[in-house]
Design a protein around this ligand. Structure first.
Ligand code: GUN
Length: 285
């Protein structure tokens, strides 16, 4: 029987550190970090995420600026808002909640955000910085997953890590962060022929595909560490991850729960990146 990694507890520790950092920055430079969160449309899940992000800011002393735009917002108006936020000295981090409404699907909004304010780590420059081992903002969800591995003292060097999913926001950067820590990384996706066989090779398995309970406990190497990034709502309204939790716990050494695993860490790392952005801004003045 494995152990549960308590993402809420780890995130609270990280937030306490951030709160301390925010008050130190204010004491030293009179600067309060600010995060602008932009929501376009009325997607109910996105509304909850955005509210949680703004509230989390307040809890650690970061100023949260929420901008809610209607679903029929034109691309040029969204770009104009991002450009205004790029110039706003009170704003150190900018996040445009994804997904954008269908009419704006073709707009690659991350490319308009000043890379120095791209606390989501989605601007091509920050992705390039990650891939080439340079300093820059790391995408919050995989960054949070790395913190969870660190919290159990897991040594990645020489281990095999299997990432299921290849999204730009989680899967791809996740593999790069694992590689940066000298793991041997396998990416799996919808065209991978024998997913179970690939997952079985993993000392660490990160599931980020958005398919409810896709990864079964019987697929896992005994003693594996499982990081479940999925948040899926089943027909009975129950929230489940991309991993079958009960069977995974039988086989693995550690499993992250859903909810209460990776989710709280994503927000904590967003705050972390915002504090880093504000620190860099204060040093550049
Ligand atoms: N939608 C779901 N997760 C995220 C995230 O980390 N950043 C943004 N911008 N949108 C999201």
């Amino acid at each position: 029987m494995g152990s549960i990694i308590d993402g809420k507890a780890v995130s609270e520790k990280v937030r306490a550190e951030i709160k301390q950092g925010v008050s130190e920055l204010f004491a030293a430079k009179g600067l309060r970090p600010g995060l602008a969160v932009v929501l376009v449309g009325e997607d109910p899940a996105s509304q909850i995420y955005v509210r949680n992000k703004t509230k989390a800011c307040e809890d650690v002393g970061i100023a949260g600026f929420q901008h809610s735009l209607p679903a029929d917002t034109k691309a040029e108006d969204l770009i104009a808002l991002v450009r205004k936020l790029n110039e706003d000295p009170q704003v150190h981090g900018i996040l445009v909640q994804l997904p954008l409404p269908p009419a704006l699907k073709g707009l690659d909004i991350a490319t308009y955000i000043d890379p120095r304010k791209d606390v989501d780590g989605l601007h091509p420059l920050n992705i390039g910085n990650l891939v080439t081992g340079r300093e820059g903002f790391r995408s919050c969800t995989p960054f949070g997953a790395m913190k969870l591995l660190e919290s159990i003292g897991f040594e990645l060097q020489g281990k095999h890590a299997v990432v299921v999913g290849r999204s730009n926001i989680v899967g791809k950067p996740m593999g790069m962060m694992l590689l940066e820590k000298n793991a041997t990384v396998t990416y799996c996706h919808s065209r991978t022929p024998d997913l179970a066989a690939e997952v079985r090779r993993g000392d660490v398995v990160v599931a980020a595909v958005g398919v409810p309970e896709l990864v079964k406990g019987s697929w896992l190497k005994p003693g594996a560490v499982v990081i479940d990034v999925g948040i899926n709502r089943k027909a009975d309204k129950k929230i489940v991850g991309d991993v079958e939790f009960a069977s995974a716990l039988q086989q693995a050494a550690y499993v992250t729960p859903v909810p209460g695993g990776v989710g709280p860490m994503t927000i904590a790392m967003l705050l972390w990146n915002t504090l880093s952005a504000a620190r860099r801004f204060s040093e550049s003045r």
